[in-house]
Design a protein around this ligand. Structure first.
Ligand SMILES: Nc1nc2c(ncn2[C@@H]2O[C@H](COP(=O)(O)OP(=O)(O)OP(=O)(O)O)[C@@H](O)[C@H]2O)c(=O)[nH]1
Ligand SMILES: [Mg+2]
Length: 426
């Protein structure tokens, strides 16, 4: 099955908005710092994006007074028109080739690359025990063009070197890309079916709020604007909200907690608001086709693996909701109010995520129960994507022995229900 390119709403998926299942969050909703206006009542086609009032610039975050205004002014060599054209070409190619784009946004260090590597690594590492192989897709653009060549080189580097390093215990370095690129991957199933995904990789600095700009939020990269405007099928949007952005010198990969640095957490939240706002504007006419996923990454740094609460092994929706409200109030308020058309409850998902037990560049080898928990996160996310993009679950078998796998299935059925996913369709 290929993605729906006829501009019709996507078929209903079995994913429900988690807050609809949770009768009440344990903590009362904090009033959003920034008000969201009528987002749910606007007409989708051509509606204005919900607006949000930027918070007052914080003195400690303000750049020097002589700093250039806005991201684009700082990079005079860029040709925005040709970047937009590249994005348009990409959108057309992704569509022609049957790719489901997965747009991963979040500020620097939020865990975007680790998330992508953990998803790919899950299928690579577990492939002997599953019904699916993951391969790098063919180049998306003409290899005689400079942009086509550059993005292909970056995709190959990520899929080969970075993924191998990740699987051998080394976390990725900060992404330093000059332009956004997509990593095309093909899932080849034993029954001959194929699913194609294109994962966005970007430099988190592009999402950092600019406190010296009147708009606060930097413009999206033109390639992404073009994708949102010109891609006619459905897109999965991942908003990456890190549970922590710090790790202290005495932290270990198995116990990475370092606390939440208030400034960087606030930037991470504002960065997501900016990305959602731009996405809403440029995607206004087709937003109803897409799925929106708010991911609280690095969940292992808040809920310690092996703790008696089982908060890591059995992530609870109410914990995710209260964490998002406490730490990402602006971004989560915007997310909740985002207008995605009908069946909204099936197109917005909140979930915790963990790419691995890591601190800085070191990834600890998980023990058996940690591995099981990590696989649960990775499998859940794959199945969200697969059901939304292709109407079927990837559903790789658990790599645990059969007896453990059976009891795991029972446990995860319950967990998935709490996360808003109907059991039995993973
Ligand atoms: N404990 C833990 N740490 C994580 C996890 N994911 C990422 N990290 C840590 O966060 C760091 C940054 O993660 P990246 O995936 O590189 O972040 P990014 O969003 O790609 O950052 P940029 O490339 O700079 O935009 C990693 O080096 C790890 O130390 C996770 O699931 N758990
Ligand atoms: Mg990165």
């Amino acid at each position: 099955m290929t993605p729906d390119f006829d501009d019709q709403p996507t078929p209903p998926s079995s994913v429900r908005a988690p807050w609809e299942k949770a009768p009440a969050a344990p903590t009362p909703a904090a009033p959003p710092v920034a008000p969201v206006h009528d987002a749910d009542f606007a007409e989708l086609d051509g509606d204005p994006a919900p607006t949000i009032t930027p918070p007052a610039p914080a003195p400690f975050a303000a750049p020097p007074a002589d700093a250039p205004l806005g991201a684009r002014a700082a990079e005079p060599d860029r040709n925005l028109d040709s970047e937009y054209e590249n994005g348009k070409l990409l959108a057309e190619q992704l569509q022609t080739l049957g790719y489901h784009p997965v747009v991963i946004v979040g500020t620097a260090g939020s865990g975007k690359t680790a998330l992508l590597l953990s998803l790919m690594g899950y299928l690579r590492g577990a492939s002997k025990a599953t019904n699916v192989q993951i391969m790098l897709g063919s180049p998306l653009l003409d290899q005689t063009t400079q942009y086509g060549q550059q993005i292909q080189e970056q995709a190959v580097g990520l899929f080969n070197q970075a993924l191998q390093a990740f699987l051998s215990g080394v976390a990725p370095p900060a992404t330093k890309a000059t332009q956004p690129f997509f990593v095309p991957v093909e899932l080849q199933f034993h029954d001959g079916k194929i699913q194609k995904y294109a994962f966005l990789e970007s430099d988190g600095e592009w999402y950092r709020p600019d406190y010296n700009s009147p708009n606060l939020y930097k413009d999206l990269r033109p390639e992404l604007e073009a994708l949102f405007r010109h891609f006619k099928g459905s897109i999965s949007m991942f908003y990456v909200a890190p549970a922590t952005q710090m790790s202290f010198a005495d932290a270990s990969a198995r116990s990475p907690r370092g606390g939440n640095n208030a400034t960087s957490m606030r930037d991470a939240s504002q960065g997501l608001v900016g990305a959602m706002q731009h996405y809403s504007t440029h995607r206004a006419a087709k937003r109803r086709l897409d799925q929106q996923v708010f991911l609280i990454t690095k969940w292992d740094s808040v809920m310690e693996p092996g703790a008696s609460t089982h908060g890591f092994e059995e992530p609870r929706l109410e914990d995710a909701v209260s964490f998002a409200r406490d730490n990402f109030s602006d971004a989560f308020a915007y997310f909740e109010s985002m207008n995605v058309g009908d069946k909204a409850s099936r197109k917005k998902i909140l979930m915790q995520y963990s790419s691995g037990l890591m601190s800085n560049r070191v990834i600890a080898s998980p023990d058996r129960s940690e591995l099981r928990a990590l696989h649960y996160y990775h499998r859940t996310l794959w199945n969200l994507l697969s059901r939304f993009g292709f109407g079927t679950a990837v559903d790789p078998e658990a790599v645990t022995p059969r007896s453990v796998g059976n009891s795991l299935r029972n446990i995860t059925d319950g967990l998935l229900g709490m996360l808003g996913i109907k059991p039995g369709k993973r």
